[in-house]
Ligand binder design. Structure first.
Ligand SMILES: Nc1ncnc2c1ncn2[C@@H]1O[C@H](COP(=O)(O)OP(=O)(O)OP(=O)(O)O)[C@@H](O)[C@H]1O
Ligand SMILES: [Mg+2]
Length: 266
């Protein structure tokens, strides 16, 4: 049994931080995920890999509760997300920080406002509004930017930063949120190989140092293998393997990206 403090309330979780129980996700008549079951333990670094349309982003949205499953159950911190009312759901969601491929930053504002967006789940509406005029909690924002390596960019307009720097701002925003879990949906998809490695290293460092769990969707299995300790392969909405990184073979990767299952009869 693992104990967590979430918004002053202690939650007991029997091992898993997340648990998906036979989850199916429909979008209209299209089934994006079929009967997916998965447990993620505290402190794990889990990569979701698979080709475009495999269901990685859908799975991440289910984990952070922005999507509720059509069938089955998604549990986070010992709660069935479909059964939570708005406020307790928000409390659980505060412990789950999400980073996206497109960074989701407001381009025409100085960096500090984007970093401070990490407080929005906690701040009152009045404080959030005030902060747009007189930035609040500047020291926290500056510390987060120092952690991600760009302390000098605090007051620079966000759209003047490079792609790698913008992804660092997105990570600083998550640090300010200070969640127990970081979900990252293709955080390096728009970066070149060198920047990709820098961002993956940073992401892992922030998780290890902060004792955070990481779930990251990636297109490149070799990156997944290098930075994560567990790899979940998705194809057409189903889990085709769930392996320790060290056991991920070239054959498993090749089969994952093959359009036709090599075991199926023609
Ligand atoms: N809101 C939606 N409405 C309809 N179909 C959707 C919706 N979201 C996802 N899908 C479909 O579900 C399938 C899985 O999508 P998802 O975005 O999870 O894939 P992915 O593995 O993240 O792909 P990519 O690597 O391209 O990001 C796709 O076929 C997609 O078109
Ligand atoms: Mg996606």
């Amino acid at each position: 049994m693992v104990g967590y403090w979430v918004a002053g309330v202690r939650y007991q979780v029997s091992g898993a931080i997340f648990e998906l129980k036979q989850v199916t996700q429909q979008f209209g008549r299209f089934q994006a995920l079929t009967n997916v079951s998965l447990r993620i333990q505290a402190g794990e670094r889990v990569a979701l890999v698979g080709s475009s349309g495999a269901g990685k982003s859908t799975l991440i949205q289910l984990l952070n509760g922005t999507l509720l499953p059509t069938q089955g159950e998604v549990w986070a911190f010992g709660h069935n997300l479909s059964q939570l009312r708005t406020r307790p759901l928000r409390r659980v969601q505060r412990q789950i920080g999400t980073v996206y491929q497109q960074f989701h930053l407001v381009d025409n504002l100085p960096v500090i406002h984007n970093v401070n967006a990490g407080h929005l789940g906690r701040w009152s509406f009045a404080k959030a509004l005030l902060s747009l005029v007189v930035p609040q909690e500047v020291r926290t924002a500056a510390q987060a930017l120092t952690q991600v390596g760009i302390p000098e960019k605090l007051y620079v307009r966000t759209d003047r930063l490079s792609g790698g720097q913008q992804q660092r701002v997105a990570l600083a925003r998550v640090l300010v949120q200070n969640p127990l879990v970081i979900l990252a949906d293709e955080p390096i998809a728009s970066l070149d190989p060198e920047l990709s490695r820098e961002i993956m290293e940073l992401l892992c460092k922030l998780c290890v140092e902060g004792g955070r769990t990481l779930v990251v969707s990636l297109h490149a299995p070799e990156i997944a293998k290098a930075y994560c300790d567990r790899i979940v392969g998705l194809r057409q909405g189903q889990i085709v393997f769930d392996l320790p990184a060290a056991q991920l073979s070239a054959a498993a990767i090749a089969a994952l990206y093959r359009l036709v299952d090599p075991n199926s009869t023609p």
